[in-house]
Write a protein that binds this ligand. Structure first.
Ligand code: ATP
Length: 238
């Protein structure tokens, strides 16, 4: 994935702590995120998904301050949807409506666009993606990769300034993964991506490795990714 922008407005975490189920998940975390392509890695349970859910207000911190391009996510996910687009691992957790057109219109209508205008915007957008034939399709008739594309399209139609992807490739075959990586690489938005597939992060500008809710290593991919792989091998006694 190539970088499509230099630096972005900042996402700032200032001494943020988060507890879930009486367990400290993030500890006094301070981060300044300005790069346009940032990867988040770390073992299961290290706090990656929790961290990104703080950015769009799906979770609220116990203490500390978060600023997302000048917006405070304490206003909740509905109010952050214009700033932050969130793409989950499993598209079935995101898709609500029976047809692609209805699914894509939903966010726009929520933003106050009239139904007629939303339908037109969706048609125009699908045309730019050479997917006009998808409008009337039943979402359940699409493959997992195509459903993931629908989720990405739905988010892009809202034109957020930040895109968060939480393991977006785990259910996809290689050609579909490459297709989506190609699409993402061309976007002007700031992009934060959690991935266990390290090759998808190789061209990012910055990789943050979380361990037990704290930053273990933070730097360019050619430093952080090999260190992470070496640690994983050591942990397996290899
Ligand atoms: N829905 C939840 N309710 C309560 N606690 C949760 C929930 N999800 C996660 N946690 C807690 O938060 C901790 C961090 O989880 P999180 O999902 O942020 O980690 P992660 O690094 O994204 O893991 P993974 O790579 O497995 O997705 C977990 O160890 C767990 O204790």
């Amino acid at each position: 994935m190539t970088n499509s922008a230099d630096t972005c407005p900042s996402i700032t975490f200032d001494q943020v702590s988060l507890t879930r189920n009486n367990k400290c998940v993030l500890k006094d975390l301070s981060l300044e995120l300005r790069e346009s392509r940032i990867g988040l890695i770390g073992h299961n349970g290290s706090g990656k998904s929790s961290l990104v859910r703080l950015i769009n207000g799906l979770l609220q911190p116990d203490s500390g301050r978060i600023d997302v391009h000048g917006h405070n996510p304490s206003c909740g996910p509905e109010n952050m949807s214009a700033q932050v687009g969130f793409i989950f691992q499993n598209p079935d957790h995101q898709i609500i409506f029976p047809t692609v057109e209805e699914e894509l219109c939903f966010g726009l209508i929520n933003q106050g666009v009239s139904k007629k205008q939303a339908v037109q915007q969706v048609a125009d957008f699908l045309a730019t993606q050479q997917r006009s034939d998808w409008a009337d399709q039943a979402v359940h008739s699409l493959s997992d990769g195509q459903k993931q594309l629908v989720c990405i399209f739905a988010v892009l139609l809202m034109n957020p300034s930040v895109l968060i992807l939480d393991e977006p490739f785990s259910a996809l075959d290689l050609p579909t993964r490459y297709q989506i990586m190609d699409l993402l690489s061309q976007l002007p938005q700031q992009l934060l991506m959690i991935s266990h597939e390290l090759d998808t992060l190789e061209s990012f500008e910055r990789i943050i490795w979380l361990e037990q809710g704290q930053v273990f290593l933070d730097g360019p991919p050619d430093q952080v990714l090999p260190a992470y792989q070496a640690a994983a091998r050591r942990a397996r006694g290899l």
